[in-house]
Design a protein around this ligand. Structure first.
Ligand code: ADP
Length: 589
C-alpha cells in the first residue's frame, strides 16, 4: 500500500480498486462477447499512439513521433493528465468512432428541417460518447402562427421533448445515456413554461436546463423592473413582464429540482475572442463550455494533487510549479493533436472545429491539493492561493498555445479575432476550462474538478444499481500518522453526514482541513467558482451544493452572487431534491 501523502509528483501511484472497476466497466476494450481484451497499460499506450501519430501531419520524424508517444504514455499512465472519456474510450480502437470530444452545441433554427437535423445530430454524437447542448431560443413560441399549415406552433418545450425521447433510446457504449443541455433566452415568450418544464414534464429526463440571462435582465431583477418578452419569429415585443416574477420562478424551481441554472449569455459573448463566428447561445451539458453552433471541444484535465513536492527541510508539501508547467505544455499539445485526429459525425463540426481549434484544458484534484497543503477549502487563505494558482496556470497554458502557434501556425479563425487585434499569435481560440471530470477523476483517484470532497465517507452510484464505497484516504493517512485513527471513525463520520466537523475524536485544528461539500456555505461555493473563473477562458463546472434545509432565499442569493462575481453561469443542487442522485452521503443502505 502506498501512503498517498508520501507518493510525490510523477511517481506512479497504483490504481485503486475503484479506479480499476471504472476502467473495466467502461473504458477497457472489449470483444463482441464482452470480454475485456486489453490491460490498463495497453489502454494508455493505444491512446498515446493514436494521438502522437498526428505529429506526422506536422512533418515530425519517426523518432520525434516515438518520443512524443512515450511522453504522452507516461503522462496518461501517471494520471497527471487525462483526456475526457470519449478519447479514452475511442482513440486507437479498431472499428470505433474516431470521435474524441465530450462537448458539442447544435444550432436549431425555427423550422422542422432544422429540428429533425438536431435530433439526428444528437443521436450520432451521443453514440460516440459526446454530450450536446441546444439553444431553443430561435423557435417561435407556443400557439404562434405556422403559415404553411395554417395551424399553431407547439413551442420550444415540446421540441425539447422530442430530443429527450430520442436520447433515451441511445445508450453510450452500453453504459451511459446521452446528456443534453437545453437553453432558453430569458426574453422568450415561453420562458415560464420552460422554467417549470422539469417539474411539470416528468418526461424530460435527459436534459439539464439553463435560462440565458442577460445583464439587462439581472439588473431589472435587482431594480424590480419590467422587461420585454420578444417573439423570435417577428422580433416584436409581445408583453412586458416583471423580472422579479420570472426570477422568483427560476429560483423556486432550482430549489425544488436543481434546474434551471443560469447562463450569463452577455458575459460569455464578451469573453469570446472570435465574435465574427456569431453569437454564442448555448453551452454543453455540464455548462463549462459555451460554444458556437457546430463547434465542439475536447476536454482534458490535470490532476493538481499529483503536482506536489516535499519541501526540503520541513517536509511540508508545496506545489511543484515546474512539473505543472511541463504537464500543461504536453497537455496542450495532446489536445491540439486531437483536433486533427478527430473525425466528427457531422462534416460541419469537422469544419468548425478546425477553424476555431478550441481546446478545454481543465483541472481536477483541487480539493485534494488543498488538503495536502493544509488549506481549508473555501477559506480566505485558500481563495487567495487559488486566484494566484488560476492566474499562473492560465498564463502557462496560453504560453504553450503561443509556442505551438510558432511552429504550427495560428488557428484559422484568428484572422479578425480579438487575439489578432491584441497581436497575440496563438494556436487556439480557447484554451482553459474547468470540467466536472465525473468519470476521469475516479480513474485518477482524485477529487473532481474544482469541487470539494463530497464527504469523507461516501458511496457513489456508478452503474445502474451499483455503489462504490469511498473513504477519503488522505484523511485516514493523516489520522494514522498523527495517531488519532480508530476504525469507529468511519461510522461516526457516516452518521455525521460524511463530515468530521464537531467530532471530538478529530483534533480541532484538523477539522477545517478536511472540509467537505456540506460544511460550506453557498457563498463559499460561489466564491471558489469565481476564483477558478479567473483561470477559465470559458465557464467553470461547479455544483453549488446546498443542504436539504436550504431555503429558496439561499438559492436566490447564490444566483445573484454568481452574477455579481462575474461567473459565467450557475447551477445549484439541494441534497435530496432529486429522486436518484449520483452521490449519496454516509452509509450504503
Ligand atoms: P468525463 O469525466 O467522463 O470525461 P466530465 O464529467 O468531465 O466527463 O464531463 C465533461 C463533459 O462530457 C460534460 O460537460 C458533457 O458535455 C459530457 N458528458 C458528461 N456526461 C455525459 C453523458 N452521460 N453523456 C454524454 N455526454 C456527457
Amino acid at each position: 500500500e502506498t501512503d498517498p501523502i508520501q507518493a510525490s509528483t510523477l511517481e506512479y501511484i497504483p490504481l485503486s480498486d475503484n479506479a480499476l472497476t471504472v476502467l473495466r466497466e467502461r473504458y477497457l476494450a472489449k470483444d463482441d462477447q464482452g470480454n475485456i481484451v486489453e490491460t490498463v497499460d495497453q489502454l494508455w499506450a493505444r491512446v498515446a499512439r493514436e494521438i502522437a501519430m498526428v505529429e506526422t501531419l506536422y512533418e515530425a520524424t519517426h523518432e520525434e513521433v516515438a518520443s512524443l508517444e512515450e511522453q504522452f504514455r507516461r503522462m496518461l499512465a501517471s494520471r497527471t493528465f487525462l483526456p475526457n472519456s470519449p478519447t479514452l474510450m475511442n482513440a486507437g480502437r479498431p472499428g470505433s468512432h474516431k470521435q474524441y470530444s465530450a462537448c458539442f452545441v447544435i444550432p436549431i433554427e425555427d423550422d422542422m428541417q432544422s429540428i429533425g437535423n438536431a435530433v439526428t445530430a444528437a443521436l450520432l454524437i451521443h453514440k460516440s460518447g459526446g454530450g450536446t447542448g441546444f439553444s431553443f431560443s430561435n423557435l417561435r413560441p407556443k400557439r404562434d402562427r405556422v403559415r404553411s399549415s395554417g395551424g399553431v406552433a407547439s413551442g420550444p418545450v415540446s421540441f425539447m421533448k422530442i430530443i429527450d425521447g430520442a436520447t433515451e433510446q441511445v445508450r453510450q457504449g452500453g453504459t451511459r445515456r446521452g446528456a443534453n443541455m437545453g437553453i432558453l433566452h430569458v426574453q422568450h415568450p415561453d420562458i415560464l413554461d420552460f422554467v417549470g418544464c422539469k417539474t411539470h414534464d416528468g418526461q424530460i429526463r435527459n436534459f439539464n436546463i439553463s435560462v440565458a440571462a442577460t445583464d439587462e435582465f439581472m439588473t431589472a431583477v435587482k431594480e424590480d423592473r419590467l422587461y420585454a418578452l420578444i417573439n423570435p419569429r417577428t422580433k416584436q415585443p409581445v408583453k412586458q413582464i416583471s423580472a422579479r416574477l420570472v426570477f422568483d420562478r427560476i429560483v423556486e424551481e432550482a430549489w425544488k429540482t436543481g434546474d434551471p441554472g443560469l447562463f450569463f449569455i452577455n458575459r460569455a459573448n464578451r469573453a469570446c475572442p472570435i465574435p465574427a463566428m456569431g453569437e454564442i447561445a448555448s453551452t454543453n451539458p455540464c455548462g463549462e463550455i459555451p460554444l458556437h453552433g457546430f463547434d465542439a471541444c475536447t476536454l482534458g484535465s490535470i490532476d493538481l494533487a499529483k503536482h506536489l513536492r516535499i519541501q526540503p527541510g520541513d517536509g511540508e508539501y508545496e506545489l511543484d510549479w515546474e512539473s505543472l508547467d511541463q504537464t500543461i505544455r504536453l497537455a496542450v499539445r495532446f489536445l491540439d493533436n486531437i483536433i486533427d485526429a478527430n473525425d466528427h459525425p457531422l462534416p460541419q463540426i469537422n469544419a468548425m472545429t478546425r477553424q476555431t481549434r478550441r481546446i478545454g484544458l481543465g483541472i481536477m484534484g483541487y480539493a485534494r491539493l488543498l488538503m495536502m497543503l493544509g488549506l481549508p477549502y473555501g477559506s480566505e487563505e485558500a481563495l487567495r492561493f487559488t486566484e494566484r494558482l488560476a492566474h499562473q496556470m492560465k498564463a502557462m497554458a496560453w504560453r504553450a498555445s503561443a509556442q505551438l502557434a510558432h511552429t504550427r501556425g495560428v488557428y484559422p479563425a484568428w484572422k479578425g479575432s480579438k487575439h489578432e487585434q491584441e497581436g497575440r499569435r496563438v494556436r487556439h481560440s480557447y484554451v482553459t476550462t474547468v470540467a466536472p471530470t465525473g468519470s476521469i477523476s475516479m480513474i485518477a483517484d482524485t477529487s473532481a474538478g474544482c469541487e470539494p470532497e463530497f464527504a469523507l465517507v461516501w458511496f457513489k452510484h456508478v452503474l445502474e444499481g451499483r455503489k462504490l464505497p469511498y473513504l477519503c484516504d488522505l484523511f485516514e493517512a493523516t489520522a494514522r500518522r498523527e495517531g488519532w485513527w480508530h476504525d469507529d471513525l468511519i461510522d461516526k463520520i457516516a452518521a455525521n453526514h460524511g463530515s468530521c466537523r464537531g467530532l471530538k475524536d478529530v483534533p480541532a485544528h484538523r477539522q477545517p482541513v478536511f472540509t467537505v461539500a456540506h460544511d460550506l456555505t453557498p457563498e463559499q461555493h460561489v466564491r471558489v467558482q469565481a476564483a477558478w473563473q479567473r483561470f477559465s477562458d470559458t465557464a467553470v463546472s461547479k455544483t453549488i451544493n446546498l443542504p436539504c434545509t436550504a431555503t429558496v432565499e439561499d438559492v436566490r442569493h447564490a444566483y445573484l452572487l454568481a452574477w455579481e462575481l462575474d461567473c459565467s453561469g450557475i447551477t445549484v443542487y439541494r441534497d435530496g431534491s432529486r429522486a436518484s442522485q449520483v452521490l449519496n452521503l454516509g452509509k450504503a443502505d
